[in-house]
Design a protein around this ligand. Sequence first.
Ligand code: DC
Length: 237
Amino acid sequence: MTAPPVLVAIDGPAGSGKSSVSKEAARRLDYGYLDTGAAYRALAWLALERGADTDDEASVLALVDDVDYAISLDPDDYWVRIAATDVTDAIREPRVTAAVSGVARVGAVRLRVNALFRALVAESARAGVVVEGRDITTVVAPDAPVRILLTAEPGVRAARRSAELTAQDADAVAAALHRRDAADSTVVDFLTAAPGVTVVDSTDLDFAQTVDAVLGVVTGALHTPLPSAQTGAHDGR
Ligand code: DC
């Protein structure tokens, strides 16, 4: 029988570099990559499509019962679909970002998507999966052999996010990020490390240094070197 995939759990707030760092760490480890925020975003997108009220828990729950959701775990071929519709880009739109906290605060929704995340990891054919989100180290996979909280100072996170969203006003981006952190942190505490979780603070690190810091935690925890073909500098894939 093949061993189940090794789970590398990475939590952190928006703008900590979590998604890009997790994806690159997965490439270097030859692991799968699971973006859990995409499921909440896809539900928020569907709520907007259907005109459902995200303040009404029953309406949100009805969406989960109905959604035909698929996500790629390949870090080199990332996509998100709802039925036949590719929503990879649509779920990043500001209107979706503004609606997502309303979906993520519903406890019954979280139970359902957490079961989906565990099933997706279990089905992966790779040796491991890097799973990133807000409650992976604490709720989805508290027993994962590697658990990391990726943080950065709020000002640095806001600056990174506004550099990504160049079309939007920097102050407005910072305000939206802080509002979303405040709303999300009432549901799960992703700003404090739970016991046994290693903090990687990316405030003074660039992208490559942050990836290396994360890989250092992974290899230290698993007592294994990186797959030999994947070591060395970031190859831009
Ligand atoms: O990481 P992200 O910005 O794509 O996440 C989108 C939203 O989903 C975010 O506002 C918080 C929520 N989320 C969550 O509550 N739990 C997770 N494991 C991942 C995301």
